[in-house]
Write a protein that binds this ligand. Structure first.
Ligand SMILES: NC(=O)c1ccc[n+]([C@@H]2O[C@H](COP(=O)([O-])OP(=O)(O)OC[C@H]3O[C@@H](n4cnc5c(N)ncnc54)[C@H](OP(=O)(O)O)[C@@H]3O)[C@@H](O)[C@H]2O)c1
Length: 250
C-alpha cells in the first residue's frame, strides 16, 4: 500500500539543490506536499526552496554524514510532526576505466549512492513504522537495470545496488503500509555530469549524447505518474523505456 495523493504529505528530498531533486521539490509542493529540501550547497538549496509552494524547510546536509542525516530527520519531524515520503535523490557519477578507478573515488561513490540511501532510509523507516504508512522513493538510474554505456561500471554497480535495495525493501515492508519504489531515468540534461568523477574525460562524449537526453521536466512528469502506479520500477520517459528494451539482454 503506497500513497494516493501528495496533498499534505511531508516529503524529504535529498539532493534538492539542483537538477531532478530541485524540480521534484517544486512539483511535489505544487501538489500540496510539505517539502524538506536537503543538500550541501545551502544558497542553491534555499533558492530551490523559494521556488516551491507552501511550507518548506531547507536543511544543509551531507548525506554521507551520520550526524547530518540524523539532524535532517529530526528537523523534519520537529517542524512537521511526521515523514510521509523520503526521496533518496542525492547522487554522483563516476566515468572511467575500471583499472584507472581510484579507490577513494569508488568508496565516495558508494558512500553517496548506496550507503547514505540505505542509512537514511533506515532512520526514516522508524518514523514511518510508527505512522503505519509511507513511501521510500529512490532515484536509481537506467544503469541500475542495465549497463547502458561504456566506462560507467562503478556507477552501474552502485545503481544496481539501489535497485536491489528497493526490491528487498518492498518485500520486507509488505503489509506495513509502507511502499518502496525506484525511478530509473536514462540520460537527463542536468549538471550531473560536470559534478561526476571523471567529468573532464566525459566532455567530448557529452556533446555527442546531448540530443538523446531527457529534460528534467520529462523525468518529473514520469515520476508524478509512476508514484501512484503499482510499479516497483518507474521508467519515467519513453527514451528510458527504449534504452531498457535495447540493452536488457546485454
Ligand atoms: N542526470 C542524469 O543523466 C541521471 C540519469 C539517471 C539517474 N540520475 C540520478 O538522478 C539523481 C539526481 O541527479 P541530477 O541529474 O539531478 O544531478 P545534479 O543536478 O548534479 O544533482 C545531484 C544532487 O545531489 C546532491 N548531492 C551530491 N552529493 C551529495 C552529498 N554528499 N550530500 C547531499 N547531497 C549531495 C547535490 O547537491 P549538493 O552538491 O548541493 O550537495 C545535487 O543537488 C542522482 O541520484 C543521479 O544518479 C541522473
Amino acid at each position: 500500500m503506497g500513497i494516493d495523493s501528495l496533498n499534505g504529505k511531508v516529503t524529504i528530498i535529498t539532493g534538492a539543490s539542483s537538477g531532478i531533486g530541485a524540480a521534484l521539490a517544486r512539483a511535489f509542493s505544487n501538489e500540496g506536499a510539505l517539502v524538506v529540501l536537503a543538500a550541501r550547497r545551502i544558497e542553491k538549496l534555499e533558492k530551490a526552496a523559494r521556488a516551491c509552494h507552501g511550507d518548506t524547510l531547507a536543511v544543509k546536509c551531507d548525506v554521507t554524514s551520520a550526524d547530518e542525516r540524523q539532524r535532517l530527520v529530526d528537523e523534519a519531524v520537529e517542524r512537521f510532526g511526521r515523514v510521509d515520503i523520503l526521496v533518496n535523490n542525492a547522487g554522483i557519477g563516476l566515468y572511467g576505466d575500471t583499472e584507472a578507478t581510484k579507490e577513494s573515488d569508488l568508496r565516495r561513490l558508494f558512500e553517496v549512492n548506496v550507503f547514505a540511501v540505505f542509512l537514511l532510509t533506515k532512520l526514516v523507516l522508524s518514523v514511518m513504522r510508527e505512522q503505519g504508512s509511507g513511501l521510500i522513493l529512490n532515484i536509481g538510474s537506467i544503469g541500475g537495470l542495465i549497463a547502458h554505456s561504456d566506462k560507467v561500471t562503478a556507477y552501474v554497480a552502485s545503481k544496481h545496488a539501489v535497485v536491489g535495495f528497493t526490491r528487498g525493501l518492498q518485500r520486507d515492508l509488505h503489509g506495513t503500509g509502507i511502499d518502496a519504489k525506484v525511478v530509473c531515468p536514462q540520460l537527463v540534461d542536468t549538471g550531473f555530469y560536470q559534478a561526476s568523477f571523471g567529468a573532464r574525460e566525459m566532455e567530448g562524449l557529452l556533446e555527442k549524447v546531448k540530443g538523446r537526453m531527457d529534460t528534467v521536466d520529462q523525468v518529473v512528469e514520469g515520476v508524478m505518474r509512476g508514484i501512484f502506479s503499482d510499479r516497483l520500477v518507474i521508467l519515467p520517459t519513453e527514451k528510458s523505456e527504449r534504452a531498457y528494451e535495447r540493452f536488457r539482454d546485454v
